[in-house]
Design a protein around this ligand. Structure first.
Ligand code: PLP
Length: 451
């Protein structure tokens, strides 16, 4: 856990100027890891400044090798590749379990890689959303990622519950951007008896806010509420302790901070308390059936007594190979702990530079305290000369990849695996140059006007 003291220490260390960025890189024990990734290049052939790992993580160089191994196995062995080779396909997903479980703070029996994120949310709600006449509401954020919202309302509809009846929205206080956890706990206290499920993000995709899942889960469980977590922006980004926090289920994609390639197979966590419960309703498939009798082709479904019991189909091995490459790259870093330590420094440095170089022109809606955020900062632009969208486009034209989220945020994610302190310095330097270049010279003194 990052303590207040530790954070204060980090913040005091920062200085302006490029030399300081190089000094931080020099002191960074993880600085060589970026060479394990393919860095995208601009049309002119220069390396981009890539800050978009929140949307699509970069390709680990190992991915090519591991994918080639699968292709070769397939070419040389055909169907026998299921059983032969260094990494046979029949148990291929098992090669990922231990490392993935450790990244999210889970026991191996609680984790499986399967399907995609939204599919897994549906499968989890099939098992864990069991509405009754008294208890039938699902709590989600007002500004949840749309796919999560659609999944929730369609699950409610499946039980004959309308959105108006069944959805309990969580909103920031009027005029604020961030959720107040006290409001969530108060809602649990006041409405808890009617709530069947709370579905929250580990890291909010738009603001970058980290929620205290441990405390929320404790309060929710006291009221008999199931807690599910969407870790799309949390897995591979912050430290998680899913098992100890006692969450009921969690789902995450692997293509954001987990660098496993576009649309790659997703992760699913089901707490140990539930994995052996054969009474839970589930949508079943043959890959979730007991491994020893799977090929006996009987009609009596007998679920594997781990998270694997929720698998439906035999998985896409090429995609799992990319995940294995990513996990081995995380292992080179020594796991999530040292990465998170660097991440706190890297994002803290970005916040420091923005506050000192561009205060008034750029505001950060992401929480200030490192415990309350991951690597991403969500920026709003406040100059009269340039809209946020234009600023984003001009960054792009200068070889800086960030992402734009409607209505008005630029998300910037320095990723500790492959971003350097010099990258962060250059980002702020380029951002400042764009903003100054766009100033009307006659009002130059008034360049960076706060709204
Ligand atoms: C990225 C993201 C998704 C994407 O869902 P897919 O099923 O992988 O297409 C869903 N929810 C959240 C919160 C996300 O950040």
């Amino acid at each position: 856990m990052i303590t207040e003291d530790h954070v204060g220490e980090v913040q005091q260390q920062y200085q302006l100027g490029e030399a300081f960025a190089h000094q931080l890189d020099h002191q960074d024990p993880l600085r060589e890891l970026r060479h394990q990734f393919n860095m995208p290049t601009t049309a002119e052939g220069n390396e981009e400044y890539y800050f978009c790992g929140n949307s699509l993580g970069l390709q680990p160089k190992l991915a090519q090798q591991y994918l080639d191994e699968v292709l070769t196995n397939w070419a040389q062995r055909g169907v026998k590749g299921h059983f032969k080779g260094n990494y046979p396909w029949l148990p291929y997903h098992e090669f990922l379990t231990e490392q993935m479980a450790s990244l999210v703070g889970a026991q191996p029996c609680e984790v499986v890689m399967m399907n995609s994120l939204t599919v897994n949310l549906h499968l989890m709600m099939v098992s864990f959303f069991n509405p009754t006449a008294e208890r039938f509401k699902i709590v989600i954020e007002e500004h949840a990622f749309p796919s999560d919202h659609y999944a929730v309302i369609s699950q409610l509809a499946h039980h004959g519950i309308s959105e108006a009846e069944g959805v309990q929205l969580l909103s920031p206080k009027p005029g604020e951007e961030l959720l107040d956890e006290v409001d969530i706990l108060n809602l649990i206290e006041s409405e808890g008896d009617k709530i069947a499920l709370i579905l929250l993000p580990g890291v909010q995709y738009y603001t970058g806010q980290v929620l205290d899942i441990k405390v929320i889960t404790q309060h929710a469980h006291r009221k008999g509420i199931i807690v599910g977590v969407d870790l799309a922006h949390a897995a591979g980004n912050i430290e998680l302790q899913l098992h100890d926090w006692n969450v009921d289920f969690a789902c995450w994609c692997s293509y954001k901070y987990l660098n496993s390639g576009p649309g790659s197979v997703a992760g699913c966590f089901i707490h140990q308390r539930h994995v052996t419960n054969t009474q839970l309703k589930r949508f079943a498939g043959w890959w979730g059936h007991d491994k020893t009798s799977r090929f006996e082709m009987v009609n009596q479904f007998q679920p594997i007594p781990t998270a694997e019991g929720w698998q439906l189909s035999n998985p896409p091995i090429l995609s799992l190979a990319a995940i294995r490459a990513s996990l081995d790259t995380f292992a080179m870093a020594g796991g999530i702990k040292p990465l998170r330590e660097k991440s706190v420094k890297l994002t803290g440095y970005l916040a420091f530079l923005l506050a000192n170089e561009l205060s008034g022109a750029i505001s950060i809606i992401t929480p200030k305290h490192p415990i309350r955020r991951g690597c991403q900062l969500s920026l709003k632009c406040h100059t009269q000369q340039l809209t946020g969208k234009q600023l984003f486009e001009q960054l792009e034209a200068k070889g800086v990849t960030t992402d734009w989220r409607e209505p008005d945020v630029i998300r910037v994610a320095p990723v500790p695996l492959y971003n350097s302190f010099a990258d962060v310095y250059q980002f702020v330097h380029i951002l400042k140059a764009i903003m100054q270049g766009n100033a009307n010279p006659s009002i130059n003194h008034n360049l960076l006007v706060a709204k």
